[in-house]
Design a protein around this ligand. Sequence first.
Ligand code: NAP
Ligand code: MG
Length: 498
Amino acid sequence: MSESREAAVGTVTERPAPAFLADGPKKLLIDGDWQEAAGGETFDTIDPSTETVLTRVAGAGVEDVDRAVGAARRAFEDPSWSGLTPHARSRILLDIADVIERNAEELSVLETLDHGGPLGVTRSFVDSAAETFRHYAGWPTKHYGQTAPSAPSSFNYTLRQPIGVCGAIIPWNAPLFMAAWKISPALAFGNTVVLKPAEQTPLTALRLGELLAETDLPPGVVNIVTGFGHVTGEALIRHHDVDKIAFTGSGAVGKRILEASTATMKRVTLELGGKSPNIVFADADLPRAAATAAVGFCMNSGQVCAAGSRVFVEESIVDQFTELLTQRLSALPVGDPFQPTTFMGPLNSKGHLDRVTNYLDIAREEGATLLTTDNPLPATGYFVSPTVVRGLTNAARVAREEIFGPVATLMTFSDVDDAVAKGNDTEYGLSAAVWTSDLSKAHRVAGALRAGTVWVNSWGILDPILPFGGFKQSGLGRENGPSVAEMYTETKSVMIAL
Ligand code: NAP
Ligand code: MG
């Protein structure tokens, strides 16, 4: 690929220093108080652009998780929360949205420092987090039970009641946004929360915890326990007084949560990984399809569960499309996430960089041709160049396993049936995209793909109005959309003899 001057964003320079980082190690939010871990554990959180420590954070142990769950249980039963009118709950959610917006710049800077996403991307995540709270503010006042047809001697109706204490476990790829996706529906339906952020990116959740104190949310309704998955996460998923686990992350941990849930029959929703097909027909607007395909696997450095990481192109246009796609990749600026022109920052951690580069080695060993850019990368930080893998089939490991980096496998198909068969030939089913100017073809393919979300002539648009989640091993249940009410409430039937 040819080098593009535009794409060189240069070295990582000065870092902003938000006041939030200046006042010592971060604590756990339990019952409205900031508390140290009982065992005194702390761990570092790292800036992936500079490989330096941002601050230390408390590592919650079993005892701390138990205290957080106890606080959430008391708050769940306390009339200061359970006795609120739907209007009052709605106002609190609106206030949370406002307080996020008032502090959006600080939250975006913290997210870029901790996670590595370009400021433009983290700003949009923060905006989306506020919008998510605003969306859920509409639910408490518009959430009805039903009356059921009855014999004259009986009046029957249903109530939708909160489930109770929800353990929310989130990954590091969109930290504040994921926290909003978990906290806002839980609160809208009257539940309480113990949130465990990913160990790599705890900062924006903790800052959100501080900001919640500026609203009328009673103490203990949202608790935040930072720490490691195998300690803090395990304590939460095994806790006998947690009623529900809402999880976003890997399939392996999702399966573990499902197993652990059987002990107390916890309700579980899982949003897991993907290996999403991006299917481009010859009759599509090819420059747009190529530009969006590049975004589809490079946005957020490819650390997106819905990334279009398997690009299927109709045989007749594969050379033309490959040229368009690789030109596009060369023009994507990779580098310092605080530079306004940067499209792609680093990967989130050293471990993840090793994982992604290992997959590139595997692709080479399997005989692939790797099309990558020759733009310079900063000397420090966990940066990787966007890469298209060609010459392999859908059976290759890099076409089957989630890489979660800016890497796509480019393959071909012959017709609609072949495209659908190859698109569906995966254990995942989170999302898919279809590019065509033929409306009938778009509808047929969208209907036939086994995926929770299908984008036609677009990619990556998320709207809390629509359900999001996976077919097959991409998850269990849905977030957002009308069905979210079932995910955060229990239904009670009441029969009154007249
Ligand atoms: P992960 O290892 O599953 O971690 C996700 C969260 O689970 C983290 O908070 C982690 O804690 C915690 N965890 C780890 N082990 C645990 C255990 N034994 N018990 C309880 N909690 C535990 O996933 P990841 O590698 O960080 O995230 C990337 C994955 O998330 C990808 O597979 C991606 O597709 C998926 N993802 C899916 C969606 C979606 O909506 N479907 C969205 C984003 C990401 P620590 O980090 O502290 O270990
Ligand atoms: Mg970090």
